[in-house]
Design a binder for this molecule. Structure first.
Ligand SMILES: [Zn+2]
Length: 358
C-alpha cells in the first residue's frame, strides 16, 4: 500500500491519480455523493472528516442548476455557473475539513455535451490562473449511443481534458434505471444481457483512451440506477474481473489496470460491493440514499412541530415558534442525516480511517 500523503483539499491531476491508486491498492472505494447546495456539500465534507475518509463530491447537471438557483432565467447558464460555484466552494473549504476531496460532475448524455464543454471553458480559465483545474473529473455517459460514437466522443473530450490535468469517467453498457432524468428505461421484459458490459468493449476503450489520458469506467454488471425492487437483475461483479483480466493479458499491464466505478449502488448487497471493490472499483455513486437521509429527519421534525409550520405565534396560547421554523434548525437535522448515512457508507466501502490527507 502506498504511504504517500496528500495536502488536504480538492485534489486534481497527479494527486487525484494518487488518490485513485491508494483506494485500489488499499482495497477500499470512496463514496461519490451528489450535492445540490451548500447544505449537502458541507454535510458530505463533515461526514468525510468524521470518518477520516477521503471523498468524491459530484454534481449532476440539475444539481448544478439548483446550486445556482432555479430562479435564474437561463437554465443552461445556471447548470454551468452552479457547477462552477460548487467547485469554488469546495476549493475554498475542503482543506479546512482536513480530508482530500475529488470534485466530479455526474452523468452527461449526448444532449449535455455542451454543458461539459462549457465547464471545460471555465476549467481552462481556472487552470491558467491557478495551475490546476476546477474539477478533478467530468463524466460522459454515451452508453445509450452506438459504441463507436461513445468512444470517439470520449477520446475527443479527453484530449482537451488531459491538457489541464483532468480525468474522464465514461460509461459502457446500459445501467438500468434513471438518475436525475438521465438514464435508460428499465424494461423488465428486455434482454438482460444488455445490462452487462462486454469486456471486449472495455478493452476497446482502454486501447483508445489510455494513451490520451487518465480515465475511469462505469461498467454495468447488473447494477441499477435509483432504488428498484430487488431481484430483477442479478449483480455479477465477475464481469468487472473479466474486463480487468482481458485488458491485463492483451495489453500486458499490471494487476487491475482499469479504474472502475460502481453506479447504481444504492441498496446493493454488502458482499457484492466488497467483491466489486476487490476488482478495482475505487468509486461508488451514492445519491438516492443520501436524499432520503436528508429528508427523513426533516419530515419527522415537521410532523412533531406541525403548529410551528402553520403559525409564527400560536393563536391559542401565544407560544412563539421562531426556534422551530428557523430553517437552520431543521436543515441541520437534514445535514446530520446525511452525515450518519455517509459514515455507514464509508464503513461499507472500507474507506473509514483511510484518508491519505496529511
Ligand atoms: Zn451510470
Amino acid at each position: 500500500m502506498s504511504s504517500r500523503t496528500l495536502k488536504p483539499g480538492v485534489v486534481t491531476g497527479e494527486a487525484y491519480k494518487a488518490l485513485v491508486e491508494a483506494a485500489k491498492s488499499g482495497g477500499y472505494a470512496l463514496p461519490a455523493v451528489n450535492v445540490t447546495g451548500t447544505n449537502t456539500i458541507n454535510a458530505v465534507m463533515e461526514a468525510a472528516a468524521k470518518a477520516n475518509s477521503d471523498i468524491i463530491i459530484q454534481l449532476s447537471n440539475s444539481g448544478g442548476q439548483f446550486y445556482a438557483g432555479k430562479g435564474l432565467a437561463d437554465g443552461f447558464q445556471a447548470k454551468v455557473l452552479g457547477s462552477v460555484a460548487a467547485a469554488q466552494h469546495a476549493h475554498l473549504l475542503a482543506e479546512h475539513y482536513g480530508i482530500c476531496v475529488a470534485m466530479h460532475t455526474d452523468h452527461a448524455n449526448k444532449a449535455l455535451i455542451p454543458w461539459i464543454e462549457a465547464l471545460l471553458d471555465e476549467g481552462e480559465k481556472y487552470y491558467e490562473q491557478h495551475g490546476k483545474p476546477l474539477f478533478s473529473s467530468h463524466m460522459l455517459d454515451l452508453s445509450a449511443d452506438p459504441i463507436d460514437f461513445n468512444l470517439s466522443e470520449c477520446a475527443r473530450i479527453l484530449e482537451r481534458m488531459a491538457k489541464i490535468d483532468m480525468s474522464l469517467e465514461i460509461e459502457l453498457g446500459v445501467t438500468g434505471g434513471e438518475e436525475d432524468g438521465i438514464g435508460s428505461e428499465f424494461d423488465e421484459a428486455a434482454d438482460n444481457s444488455k445490462l452487462y458490459t462486454q469486456p471486449e468493449d472495455v478493452l476497446r476503450a482502454y486501447e483508445l483512451l489510455n494513451p490520451i489520458g487518465h480515465f475511469s469506467v462505469a461498467a454495468s454488471f447488473g447494477n441499477v440506477h435509483g432504488v428498484y425492487k430487488p431481484g430483477n437483475v442479478k449483480l455479477r461483479p465477475e464481469i468487472l474481473k473479466n474486463s480487468q483480466s482481458l485488458v491485463k493479458e492483451t495489453c500486458n499491464t499490471s494487476e487491475n489496470p482499469l479504474h472502475l466505478v460502481f453506479h447504481g449502488g444504492s441498496g446493493s448487497e454488502k458482499a457484492k460491493i466488497h467483491e466489486a471493490v476487490g476488482y478495482g472499483v475505487f468509486k461508488m455513486n451514492i445519491d438516492t440514499d443520501t436524499q432520503f437521509a436528508f429528508s427523513k429527519p426533516i419530515g419527522e421534525f415537521v410532523e412533531e412541530h406541525s403548529r410551528a409550520f402553520k403559525f409564527q405565534v400560536d393563536p391559542d396560547d401565544g407560544t412563539p415558534y421562531k426556534k422551530q421554523y428557523d430553517p437552520r434548525g431543521y436543515l441541520r437535522l437534514g445535514e446530520e442525516g446525511i452525515v450518519a448515512r455517509l459514515l455507514e457508507a464509508c464503513d461499507d466501502l472500507g474507506s473509514k480511517g483511510r484518508s491519505i490527507a496529511g
